[in-house]
Write a protein that binds this ligand. Structure first.
Ligand code: HEM
Length: 422
């Protein structure tokens, strides 16, 4: 274990989990370049959308030299390499859409990708930790961390919409930073029984959860649903539980059997996993299994933070026992805001997946040879999520599970005051 998070005598510090005070899970100052030896990777990675448009990405990757990964030493070098190899891999697999996928990732890409992944403890597929957390730069280094001053390091097809998609996700991560910063205070206050400090920390967390929802709303300004559904989505798809690639992918030179990995999704963000564990939300059955599996797609230290939060004395039990109105209300606000984020996210998914998928089906029935963006979208994906199940029913299960942690009314609570149970 990297941190002393489960020892009650030591302070719980985010620093030991590589969570920055300023940026949370976002990688501070990602590198823009790799050492010159790796230029053949960057030359291709920087041109992925253009090479895909010309149907030439696979040819370029097939001719790429097999480079040795051992000159990559620093964490940020490894993160950029993982991102670069990740966008190349997604492009390589999905270059011809769902019709002509590949069964083998060539050795010159597969071997270094595998090695870099092993060093980072990440899977060899594009993850949220790559595409959102480690894929940004400021146009003006002194300027603000906002939409106008941010751009991606590497991208995939989808023009402004793909940029918008990853940057809005990044801004949701940023909005959560005050909440993350207050997790140690919550843990410390429960340990010491300091209700005042605990109530204050929980109010900061609920405000931060509201700010996350507000940041998520930006998706409507920066991402076009038809472009997301028709162009972007396939490049985020993986080769696990995916009917388009039922046999997975062989990483040539790594092992002979095919491997299966889920595609990129913000279900791999550590944020909601942390808040769920803090508030006591437990996801069970298939949705729980999927979310638990997504923890293997996070940087290992972030996964450890989630685990260590889950091992702390129960915040919910503590609040329930105190029967203090102010504290109960602060806890209630947190659960309400988390619920609100999930409900809003369901609306987003409905607009960006459910509606275009119904429209695509309709267009295909009316004009089977139609060329519109959404009717070209992969039929095999339709309304399925990264886990392969129906997206909306999965998200509703997860949302409804959140409600289970609302506090029970206690006898000591004044019945004339707000009923905290929904
Ligand atoms: C166009 C925008 C978006 C779409 C279409 C979308 C779609 C999805 C889908 C289909 C899932 C189900 C799991 C999966 O299949 O991987 C999911 C899960 C999830 N997404 Fe999004 N998403 C979007 C934006 C975001 C953003 C910006 C965030 C913020 C970080 C986010 C956070 C989550 C979380 C936390 C989950 C896990 C379920 C939960 O804990 O409630 N999503 N998303």
């Amino acid at each position: 274990m990297t941190a002393a998070g489960t020892n009650p005598d030591t302070a719980f510090s985010l620093d030991s989990y590589h969570v920055s005070e300023e940026l949370g899970f976002i990688l501070p100052q990602p590198l823009k370049e790799l050492p010159p030896y790796y230029q053949p990777w960057m030359d291709i990675a920087l041109r992925v959308p253009e090479l895909l448009e010309a149907h030439q990405l696979r040819d370029h990757i097939n001719k790429m030299p097999l480079l040795c990964s051992s000159f990559l030493q620093k964490h940020r070098e490894l993160r950029l390499a993982h991102l670069a190899l990740g966008v190349m891999t997604m492009g390589y697999v999905w270059q011809e859409g769902e019709k002509d996928t590949v069964e083998i990732l060539p050795r010159n890409l597969a071997v270094p990708y595998w090695e870099v992944s092993q060093l980072l403890g990440l899977p060899p597929i594009l993850t949220h930790a790559d595409a959102a957390l480690a894929n940004w730069k400021k146009k003006d280094p002194e300027g603000p961390f906002d939409m106008n001053n941010l751009e991606l390091l590497l991208t995939l097809p989808g023009d402004d919409s793909i940029q918008g998609f990853f940057l809005v996700t990044l801004l949701v991560e940023l909005a959560a930073v005050p909440a993350l910063r207050n997790i140690p205070t919550v843990i410390k206050s429960v340990r010491s029984g300091d209700c005042e400090a605990l109530a204050r920390a929980l109010e900061v967390i609920s405000q931060s959860l509201q700010d996350m929802t507000d940041a998520l709303k930006l998706i409507h300004d920066y991402v076009n649903p038809s472009v997301f559904y028709g162009t972007i989505r396939i490049y985020l798809s993986g080769w696990k539980d995916n009917p388009i690639m039922p046999n997975g992918l062989i990483y040539e030179g790594v092992q002979t059997a095919a491997m299966e990995f889920s595609g990129g999704s913000a279900a791999q963000s550590s944020l909601l996993h942390c808040f769920d564990e803090l508030l006591g939300v437990r996801h069970v059955k298939s949705s729980g299994r999927f979310l638990t599996r997504m923890r293997n797609y996070m940087p290992p230290v972030h996964k450890e933070l989630i685990q260590d939060i889950s091992m702390q004395p129960s915040l919910r039990d503590f609040v329930q026992q105190q029967a203090c109105e102010k504290l109960s209300l602060a806890f209630h606000h947190c659960v309400t805001k988390l619920l609100h984020f999930r409900s809003y996210h369901i609306n987003v998914v409905s607009r960006f997946i459910t509606v275009p998928s119904a429209r695509a089906r309709q267009l295909r029935e009316q004009r089977p040879d139609g060329k519109s963006n959404i009717s070209k979208a992969p039929i095999g994906l339709e309304e399925r999520g990264t886990g392969g199940s129906s997206v909306i029913s999965f998200l509703k299960t997860v949302r409804d599970q959140t409600k289970s942690v609302f506090l029970l009314p206690t006898p000591s609570r004044d019945k004339s005051k707000t009923n905290l149970q929904h």
